[in-house]
Design a protein. Structure first.
Length: 250
């Protein structure tokens, strides 16, 4: 029975992965052209100025523009941002700023929200010309007032829902009530009437999906369209949004 469940999950994930690749193929974006606009030597100098913190992981280092441009090209393609009208975009946990940098290249207006925990990100967001508001996302707490609403709110590789590690190494995470508060806050205070909220999650430590059966049921009850490790929600809870908007695409 357990092996059948894993097989079913794998089949669904494989089918969704294939569909993502087909969609990206239909509107290609050149990573090479984007990389040509980035002074990689300056990123290396920034890393020297802001060295790694003790015990920090160096895998997928943020000064590795080749890697992170590739990652963010896919994010742009998945939301059809390379083919849509200019959007106002808020990126929660904007990190080094690659995503918003690419968004600006395609004509969008971006703003990041990030805690000021990583000195390197101060340098990279300035380097990329990314506007950033310093703030932290906490359970059952309103996000900082930014004075405007957005067409798209994104959060990639979400980790703000992790509260603390248990003794067994697993994370104590937000409850469904915490998620409901957060989603409602974004919907009512930050999304325009046709706006969308994208949440992209990491896989769990054992390689399984973030979306346990209970979490999948919960997010779908909030109107989410779930594709692999991403949940897309509309400003209107009764609407099931699409990654490709009417104003975008071919």
């Amino acid at each position: 029975m357990l092996s059948q469940k894993f097989q079913k999950l794998f089949t669904r994930d494989a089918a969704e992965s294939l569909w993502e690749h087909v969609c990206r193929w239909s509107h290609p974006v050149s990573s090479r052209r984007i990389l040509a606009t980035i002074d990689k030597a300056e990123l290396v100098r920034l890393r020297e100025h802001y060295p790694y913190r003790p015990n920090a992981r160096k895998i997928n280092a943020y000064e590795d523009a080749n890697y992170w441009v590739g990652v963010n090209v896919k994010r742009v393609q998945d939301l059809w941002l390379d083919r849509s009208r200019p959007l106002d975009i808020l990126d929660l946990g904007c990190g080094p700023g690659y995503f918003l940098y690419l968004c600006r290249m395609f004509g969008h207006n971006g703003l990041g929200l990030d805690p000021d925990d990583e000195p390197f990100f101060r340098g990279t967001t300035k380097f990329f010309g990314v506007s950033r508001v310093v703030g932290r996302i906490n359970p059952q707490a309103l996000l900082p007032d930014l004075g405007k609403k957005f067409d798209l709110v994104t959060a990639h590789r979400v980790c703000f829902h992790r509260i603390a590690r248990r003794e067994n190494g697993e994370w104590l995470e937000w409850t469904e009530a915490d998620w409901k508060f957060f989603i409602n806050d974004v919907r009512t205070r930050f999304l325009k009437p046709d706006g969308r909220l994208l949440l992209e999650f990491n896989r769990r430590a054992d390689g399984s999906s973030f979306f346990t059966p209970e979490l999948r049921t919960f997010f779908e009850s909030q109107g989410a369209r779930i594709v692999r490790w991403k949940a897309l929600l509309a400003a209107n809870p009764a609407e099931r949004p699409r990654f490709k908007t009417r104003s975008g695409g071919l």
